[in-house]
Design a protein around this ligand. Sequence first.
Ligand SMILES: [Cu+2]
Length: 279
Amino acid sequence: MKMSKGRTGRRLLGFAVAGVAQVACGAAFAELGQPAPWEFTLQESATPVMDDITWFHNFLFWLITAITLFVLVLLVMVVVKFNARSNPVPSRTTHNTLIEVAWTLIPVLILVGIAVPSFRLLFLQLDVPKADLTVKVTGKQWYWSYAYPDNGKFEFDSLLAQDKKPRLLGVDNEMVVPVNKVVRIQTTGADVIHSFAVPAFGIKIDSIPGRLNETWFKATKLGMFYGQCSELCGKDHAFMPIAVRVVSDQEFAAWVEGAKKKFATAPANSFASAGAATQ
Ligand SMILES: [Cu+2]
């Protein structure tokens, strides 16, 4: 189907208006701890590590934008000022020491400027501080198991709950952690490689059979935080969400007491013990 120029223009204008409206609404729709419709930014941060990731992402974004615009301006200048019509007798200049030093040195300085916060962030992620509690996360086809070795050695399975909101993110048993406490995550896979990822916490770490990977987070906000398995692990890869509830110290202590009893006898626990038995 052929469109007239006017119609194409109107369509483009329509898309542009819709885009701007979505940009304006994107912030309004953004919800803590979960994705939002038409959201295109990073999820709102809930840990110091994610604060740094967000800062670094924005820093790079503006840097890249400035470099791209600078190169665009240079290209436009070349096209306009130095084409055959406006510049019929080209200069035969081949070297300019000052410019050559500058275009070597300035990119080096820019890369060093990127490297410093980049390495600082890497070390922040990789150096696990003294942990207040450890949660062992086991990825299984296709659900997660959480064990709390510091809090009474109970383990439970967390499966997708079809009836819960948000759709495809709600689970039957959430992982629960206290607010403002350093939580060490130790993760492994029981069958194939999975990946434990919670965007608002800035963590994503592979759960590999036969290995114990380690990461950490310190949630500074109360609420529900969702993530998903982030390594293709089989047919139900998309249906093994991660749900973390961040609560106060008192609520956490109460939850631990309840969980010890609930998961000592819960039938769902057979999944966890079945996984352990086959290892
Ligand atoms: Cu998986």
